[in-house]
Design a protein around this ligand. Structure first.
Ligand code: MN
Length: 441
């Protein structure tokens, strides 16, 4: 399957010159889907990122470049969100990818037609990206054992990792209405917090944090009452994106027992705009993380040989902070962590198998986030509360400012990319958001 997919052939080149730059996130092998407004105030359109441009799907259809694609898929390409496209399943999306790849290829007919090139692509710099889909349900998992252990040891020093962790992929139902696309400001939330033994008070969070995560957009869903086996899970994933699951740690610490996160999380979640399909990610699949020899084996419904062999994704992830003072001084964003998605304790397929194991129906464009991605190294901790160990080891920014948690004006920038010998680097673009002051009026 991996070798048969010509859209990821390392030899492909595009007539979009910037897509052939080795540093781009969007070479012709990537072709991630998203939604954009061409000049910032037009109608939302579905697009595919290619170098520093966006292939405009309705314009590609008008130019007859997607005639080989099924008619219902063509119709879905004219919609204002990816929901319909996501519902089709991987075979249909692969044929669409092939048609888009041919149209953008240096060997294709458009390569010799500059006027067609201008019609079917737009400048990414002049476009405004929008949320890729209308997300009806959002589930956030807790799939990094290092993150769970770090957080557990802060919130429950005597009992850091609960006894269920190595048996069940832990998750909770997040809020879909407050999911925003990269570039949207995030207002510091108000909430109830408790300082030591003093009575609780209400006010702006003083422990605003980010969480570095990967999101999986569900493709084809499952009927209520049926399950998705681990080995079928890939056929139900449309693609992956970057997620910042903003968290207010003081609100979270006071409210989360006994039912889990609520207002400490539900004020905002930021997504990167481009959804990288599983076909584009196929060359970068790696084995699942190997469990320690004294860890239990997953129960049979969570275990498959194929998933253990190829269930991981070799995605490198980094988080940077740009403070208001740094922005004014034109300082570059400062990297505060770098980690790897393949260090997760549970694979994405296991999360899907578990989510549906009780017959819960997943629907196209549902978002499943991985949980904070932290590794064993200090630099790979995917949240500030871990990076600064609950604020006891503040970070110093190039401006000389220190950070235990996020300050107003701080911008958090997440990036992610895949690399493999003999293949081009592909990336996810950016997931960024700036903190604005609380609404205390
Ligand atoms: Mn989270």
């Amino acid at each position: 399957m991996m070798s048969a997919d010509r859209t990821v052939s390392p030899d492909l080149r595009s007539w979009v010159e910037s897509a052939n730059d080795r540093r781009t996130d969007f070479p012709i092998q990537n072709l991630p889907f998203g939604v954009f407004e061409p000049d910032g105030n037009g109608e939302p359109r579905i697009g595919v990122a290619i170098g520093d441009r966006i292939a405009d799907m309705p314009a590609m259809l008008d130019a007859g470049l997607l005639d080989s694609v099924e008619e219902n898929v063509q119709r879905a390409c004219r919609e204002r969100a990816l929901n319909s496209l996501m519902s089709f399943g991987r075979e249909s999306i692969r044929r669409l990818r092939e048609a888009v790849s041919d149209a953008l290829s240096a060997g294709g007919p458009v390569a010799r037609d500059p006027s067609a090139q201008r019609r079917v692509t737009r400048s990414a710099g002049e476009a405004r990206v929008l949320a890729p889909a209308v997300i009806r349900d959002y589930t956030d998992f807790y799939a990094s054992i290092e993150h769970a252990t770090n957080l557990g040891s802060m919130f429950r020093p005597d009992n850091p990792l609960l006894p269920n962790y190595k048996w069940i992929p832990i998750g909770y139902h997040g809020r879909a209405s407050s999911i925003v696309v990269s570039g949207t400001d995030v207002r510091r939330p108000l909430g109830q917090t408790r300082d030591g033994d003093k009575p609780p008070s209400f006010g702006p969070t003083s422990r605003l944090d980010y969480e570095l995560e990967i999101g999986a957009f569900i493709g084809r869903g499952n009927a209520q009452g049926t399950r998705i086996p681990v080995d079928d899970a890939d056929d139900h994933i449309f693609g992956l994106c970057l997620v910042n699951d903003w968290s207010a740690r003081d609100i979270q610490a006071w409210e989360y027992q006994p039912l889990g996160p609520f207002l400490g999380k539900s004020f905002a979640t930021t997504l990167s705009p481009w959804v990288v399909t599983l076909d584009a990610l196929a060359p970068y699949r790696v084995p699942a993380r190997r469990r320690a020899s004294d860890d239990p084996q997953p129960l049979p419904y969570l275990l498959s040989e194929r998933d253990q062999a190829t269930g991981g994704f070799a995605i490198t992830l980094e988080v940077s902070i740009l403070s208001a003072r740094m922005r004014d001084a034109r300082t570059a964003p400062h990297r505060v962590s770098i980690g790897a998605f393949n260090e997760m304790y549970w694979t994405t397929a296991q999360l899907i198998a578990h989510h549906t194991s009780n017959g819960c129906n997943l629907q196209p464009a549902d978002l499943l986030a991985s949980g904070t991605i932290s590794g064993p190294a200090k630099e790979s901790r995917g949240s500030l509360i871990e990076r600064t160990w609950r604020g006891t080891e503040p970070l110093t920014l190039p401006s000389g400012e220190t950070r235990a948690f996020l300050a107003d004006g701080d911008e958090v920038i997440i990036r992610g990319w895949c690399e493999r010998e003999g293949h081009p680097r592909i990336g996810f673009g950016e997931c960024r958001g700036r903190v604005t002051p609380a609404d205390t009026a």
